[in-house]
Write a protein that binds this ligand. Structure first.
Ligand code: C5P
Ligand code: MG
Length: 241
């Protein structure tokens, strides 16, 4: 009986020690695609992607009208509800379930419903400001910056916003030059400095997301050849020791 009690006291479920990977980068740089590539290549049962899109603040009526005219700045850190994000991350880190808001890009608003996330083995937090808030940085185990040329980002964004987010081309371009581009330079790009690794050309980078077996000698976090999967696996092993 005493044994059972001792075992229980020492039992630590995997979800009580979630590892959080932050992936930042420009809009259209391939953060979501890179996150999905990581999920499919990591040999782990429970890897969840949490998009920072879920944490856009609700808008009052006037701001909402501006948003529909592509005149609202969604690329300033002020647009994100970091307090709620930090609370949810802390809940997940503590092994608890977290209620995540659902965001509609077409409506520029939060839906009434939320969705639940149970604390996974690995949580991927992806968003333009994933490496921005010091409270979030403290909770991250790994920090990745996803990079792509600005013309690649803009063209990807136009196609996606028109196909999936209910936007028109003129509006996309207006928003890009008024807010997305200047704020990338002011707030998003500086996050490169706190990243552990930088993935050039995002998900098109077959070397970075490949799973080629390399010796530790060749496992270098160089600018040109980043082995994302190896990096994550290595970090997870180190952590479990
Ligand atoms: O997926 P991605 O990283 O591109 O999402 C972030 C982008 O979403 C931001 O650059 C912001 O301009 C845009 N956004 C928007 N409309 C909203 C909320 C965010 O266009 N209502
Ligand atoms: Mg995205």
């Amino acid at each position: 009986m005493a044994d059972v009690v001792t075992q229980r006291a020492h039992y630590s479920p995997p979800w009580a020690d979630v590892s959080i990977i932050g992936i930042a980068g420009s809009s259209g740089s391939g953060k979501s695609t890179l996150s999905h590539a990581i999920v499919s290549k990591l040999n782990l049962p429970w890897v969840v992607i949490l998009s920072m899109d879920s944490f856009y603040k609700s808008l009052d009526e006037e701001s909402s009208r501006k948003a529909f005219r592509n005149e609202y700045d969604f690329d300033s850190p002020d647009a994100i509800d970091f307090d709620v994000l930090v609370d949810r991350l802390r809940e997940l880190k503590a092994g608890k379930r977290a209620e995540i808001p659902i965001y509609s890009f077409a409506k520029h608003a939060r839906e009434k419903e939320t969705t639940s996330i149970y604390s996974p083995h690995v949580l991927i937090l992806e968003g333009i400001f994933a490496l921005y808030d010091p409270r979030v940085l403290e909770l991250l185990d790994m920090k990745i910056f996803c990079e792509a040329d600005a013309d690649t980002c803009l063209s990807r964004r136009i196609l996606r916003d028109v196909e999936e987010r209910g936007r028109d081309i003129k509006g996309c371009i207006k928003q890009w030059f008024a807010y997305v581009k200047p704020n990338f330079e002011a707030y998003v790009e500086p996050q490169r400095k706190v990243a552990d690794i930088i993935v050039p050309r995002g998900v098109e980078n077959r070397v970075a997301i490949g799973k080629t077996s390399l010796s530790s000698h060749t496992f270098q976090l160089t600018y040109g050849k980043v082995m994302v999967i190896q990096y994550i696996e290595r970090k997870l092993i180190e952590k479990s020791k």
